[in-house]
Design a protein. Structure first.
Lengths: 141, 165
């Protein structure tokens, strides 16, 4: 039983959460529209539309698929994406939509910032596989 | 800081410390997100949420880098204090704020965060108890599954808090 690295933990937890959010979202709103009024609230509060659900589901499934094989790359990649989305969201302001399809507000932006920093931190704190092999070889000598 | 040295430090702390840091970061993220609506409602509450988020975020980084008895104790005290304030706000109501003395309703995000903080306290206390003796670098299979479940539950709470409009 292998232990978790920071990147594997990030890919597993964030992947699972995004898949749950994506699946739940489709039960409430599966419409693919750029109209910010076309959205519904999951459990009365999680505001989504079809595009938002697809983004959650796709990135979540990718995380679960890569958790054992390429967790470091996933963490760094998703971390950068979330940081860009957070900065983009802060720049356009609360109540606007990124690329006219993903509505964001200040709370969203803080959430994306936290997920981005966690992804980058987890990725940077996890050694590359080659480095691990190199360390093992050095230790064996 | 090279990634290799960071990874070695993480390996030195072991898997339990990694989960402790993750618990604390998840709680910090929820508090940072809910600080936004609280600023609009009552600025002092917003500032308090930011302070808690910064403290929990900083503790996550510090504990991950080097987890000693003092830091474990500080983590337990910090999260026990936050849990106590939350429990009062949901039962007797806080003495200050827009509705003093009125208990607030329990929501998914704050319940998930409370469970996450409780898990942090339990794990930190367990580590503290065996700190002087042999330390394991891996969690048992049930403890690991429970820790993952708590983190995912808190993550769903975070998504809900971050997408409220």
């Amino acid at each position: 039983m292998s232990t978790y690295t920071p990147a594997r933990l990030y890919a597993t937890v964030v992947g699972a959460v995004l898949v749950i959010a994506g699946i739940l979202g489709f039960f409430y709103n599966a419409k693919f529209s750029s109209d910010p009024a076309v959205r519904d609230d999951v459990l009365g509060i999680l505001s989504v539309n079809g595009w938002h659900n697809v983004v959650h589901l796709a990135t979540g499934l990718l995380g679960l698929a890569l958790a054992r094989t390429a967790a470091r790359e996933y963490s760094l990649g998703l971390g950068v994406v979330y940081l860009v989305v957070a900065i983009w969201g802060f720049a356009i302001g609360s109540g606007e939509s990124i690329l006219s399809i993903i509505p964001v507000n200040t709370a969203d932006n803080v959430l994306h910032l936290a997920l981005g920093l966690a992804g980058l931190g987890a990725g940077l704190a996890t050694a590359r596989p080659a480095t691990v092999r190199g360390d093992a070889a050095a230790a064996a000598r | 800081m090279s990634t290799a040295s960071a990874a070695r430090r993480a390996a030195a702390g072991g898997e339990p410390v990694l989960f402790l840091a993750a618990f604390s970061w998840a709680a910090a993220a929820v508090h940072a997100v809910v600080a936004v609506p609280h600023f609009e409602e009552f600025p002092l509450f917003g500032a308090a949420f930011v302070a808690v988020a910064l403290a929990q975020g900083a503790w996550a980084v510090l504990a991950f880098r080097a987890c000693d008895r003092r830091r474990l104790g500080a983590g337990i005290a910090l999260n026990a204090g936050v849990l106590a304030v939350w429990a009062i706000s949901r039962t007797a109501g806080l003495p200050i704020g827009p509705e003093p003395g009125e208990p607030e309703a329990v929501g998914l995000a704050d319940l998930a965060t409370g469970v996450d903080e409780l898990a942090l306290i339990v794990l930190a206390a367990a580590l503290l108890r065996r700190h002087a003796s042999a330390r394991s670098d891996a969690l048992g299979i049930w403890a690991r599954q429970a820790a993952l479940t708590v983190l995912i539950f808190c993550g769903v709470g975070l998504m809900v808090a971050g997408h409220t409009r």
